[in-house]
Design a protein. Structure first.
Length: 111
């Protein structure tokens, strides 16, 4: 089961998807959405960046001065530790990322 990361979906965010433990689709809100959870606290302990995780797509806001590659590297390490069932991480372009979101939500892409 792979987590998915896209640095192209938005120029000021790094977007990612966390797979469900059964391997079928992606979690809607792996960090608790509007709720403060232990996993969200663990994220905030490692990142200063804002985290959005509502409606099936997670994103990290890029802070002015951040090195995007460094944030991606730290995110990969964090995801593999926090979700031990993830077997790998794949970087995709924005079109593939959007298609995965649509597939997860049962929508048809309108590209």
């Amino acid at each position: 089961m792979e987590a998915i990361i896209s640095t192209e979906y938005s120029y000021k965010e790094i977007c990612f998807l966390v797979p469900k433990i059964n391997g079928k689709g992606y979690l809607k809100s792996p960090f608790g959405g509007h709720h403060f959870t232990k996993r969200y606290k663990s994220f905030k302990d490692k990142f200063e960046n804002d985290l959005n995780d509502i409606d099936g797509m997670c994103s990290i806001d890029i802070i002015f001065g951040d090195n995007k590659d460094d944030v991606v590297s730290r995110l990969k390490t964090f995801l593999l530790k926090e979700f031990p069932y993830i077997t790998g991480i794949r970087i995709v372009n924005s079109d593939e990322f959007y298609a995965l979101i649509c597939q997860n939500e049962g929508m048809r892409p309108s590209l």
